[in-house]
Design a protein. Structure first.
Length: 467
């Protein structure tokens, strides 16, 4: 198998890698993991994309969220089986290495880099906008040149998005300090964020006018499915929970709970909020609005609640960036430990027990992307990267069931191979609804990754050295 691009790491080798000096500290329980997932999911989707989705699907946006959630749920069951069987840092990259071989593992790792890094950058821009809006309420305004990336605002000269840059650096520092400290901050902010969303539901529900739900699907099923492909971005994040496998106290039991519970809670919140929004405000009014939740409350005459929602949006997006950057660094940590990217990226801080080099390298890179690059198509690129990962993990669970039926599994995905097959079909369907331009850009990213693999990773792989 030496030199083969389909060589696989054994489950035993993967588990053995979690001991020694390049190991991470176990601090997380099921409750922490559920909040970690909610922290990643409830953010840009509920505070920004609900408005964009409403313009595309009308009141049928609730169906769009259900379609996207089903694709995630089917994939989540496969994630849960893998995460409970192979509790190692690296998420789907690690699982793919054990089932489909090194080349596909590298591709999915490269894919996850795109997903997580660009997600952090995109969300930092949205968070910056809400933060600036919050400051404006107190009469505080930053210099225009430091409020956005170059070319982001027509008619305004901008050079650098300073708030976006500072926010990502602050999160990077928190992750550098350790998962225990990050967990505490995330848990507090997630609880506050959920309370803010529940406040919106309680206040806005009384202003719902059922006639605004007619017609329910003004653009037909095409609009509903297009919106589903877009708002899929709202659900990415539950997969980052599996990245915490190596830092979970009891991964066999807690990981499946964290993945599935966070997804179910967020689905209920998304459907409820989108139904209320389109019931209070006619869907066409959301055209070009980047603060749809606040708009609903403003039109209902509840400006004081709208101010609280602005704070909730900042908290919401901050936790999304925290979990996404966390997941990103753990995937790169695992790839580095396997020799597929430079070994310096898997160095663990002697005091904090965190992968500090990769945390700072990609934290700074994500901060620069968010502050310097307009990322209009970012949501679609992030979506296609995530959907591709879901396809591979669903294929992987089928392969692992067939090749290693006796592997201990604390959680088993029901209905194999049918449930994973449904995940594959749902994800491929959503990919096609993202448009050919996005698909083309994704293939360009994959080609760059393949060049890196064949020119560097294949030769430096630790598995290649062992065989």
């Amino acid at each position: 198998m030496k030199g083969s691009v389909f060589r696989k790491k054994s489950i035993q080798d993967l588990l053995a890698a979690t001991s020694g000096e390049k190991s991470l500290k176990r601090e997380l329980g099921a409750f922490d993991l559920t909040l970690l997932g909610i922290g990643a999911i409830i953010g840009t989707g509920i505070f920004v994309l609900t408005g964009t989705g409403a313009v595309t699907a009308g009141p049928g946006l609730t169906v769009s969220f259900v379609v996207a959630a089903l694709a995630c749920l089917f994939a989540a069951l496969s994630y849960a089986e893998f995460a409970s069987s192979v509790p190692v840092s690296g998420s789907v990259y690690t699982f793919t290495y054990a089932t489909l071989g090194e080349l596909l593992a590298f591709i999915i790792g490269w894919d996850l880099i795109l997903e997580y890094m660009l997600a952090v950058s995109a969300v930092s821009v949205g968070c910056s906008g809400y933060f600036q809006s919050f400051l404006a309420g107190f009469g505080i305004h930053l210099p225009a040149a430091l409020t956005a990336a170059p070319g982001s605002i027509k008619g305004t000269v901008t050079f650098f998005n300073l708030p976006a840059f500072v926010i990502v650096l602050a999160i990077t520092f928190l992750l550098y300090l350790g998962i225990k400290e990050s967990k505490r901050v995330n848990n507090i902010m997630v609880v506050l964020k959920i309370l803010v969303v529940l406040l919106f539901i309680a206040v806005a529900a009384v202003y719902v006018k059922p006639h605004n739900w007619q017609p329910f699907m003004p653009m037909g099923f095409g609009g509903v499915f297009s919106a589903a492909a877009l708002v899929f971005f709202s659900f990415i994040g539950f997969d980052a929970v599996s990245s915490a496998a190596e830092e979970t106290k009891n991964p066999a039991k807690d990981l499946p709970k964290g993945i599935i519970f966070s997804l179910l809670v967020c689905t209920v919140l998304y459907v409820t909020v989108s139904a209320i929004m389109t019931g209070v405000v006619p869907f066409a009014r959301f055209e070009g609005v980047d603060h749809p939740v606040s708009l609903v409350l403003q039109m209902a005459g509840q400006n004081w609640v709208a101010g609280i929602i602005d704070i909730g949006a900042v908290l919401g997006m901050t936790t999304v960036m925290l979990v996404m950057l966390y997941g990103h660094t753990r995937v790169m940590f695992a790839m580095s430990r396997d020799g597929l990217v430079p070994g310096a990226l898997s160095k663990v801080h002697p005091k904090h027990k965190t992968p500090h080099v990769v945390t700072w390298v990609f934290g700074i890179l994500s901060a620069l992307l968010g502050s310097l690059v307009p990322l209009d198509e970012l949501a679609k690129l992030v979506n296609i990267g995530t959907l591709a990962a879901f396809v591979l993990i669903s294929v992987g669970v089928i392969v692992l069931r067939k090749k290693q039926p006796d592997l201990p599994r604390a959680f088993k995905c029901p209905g194999v191979p049918f449930i994973p097959a449904l995940a594959i079909l749902f994800c491929l369907f959503l990919i096609l609804n993202l448009g050919w331009t996005t698909i083309f850009r994704f293939f360009i990213w994959l080609i760059i990754g393949l060049l890196i693999y064949f020119l560097y990773s294949r030769k430096h792989s630790k598995l290649n050295e062992k065989l």
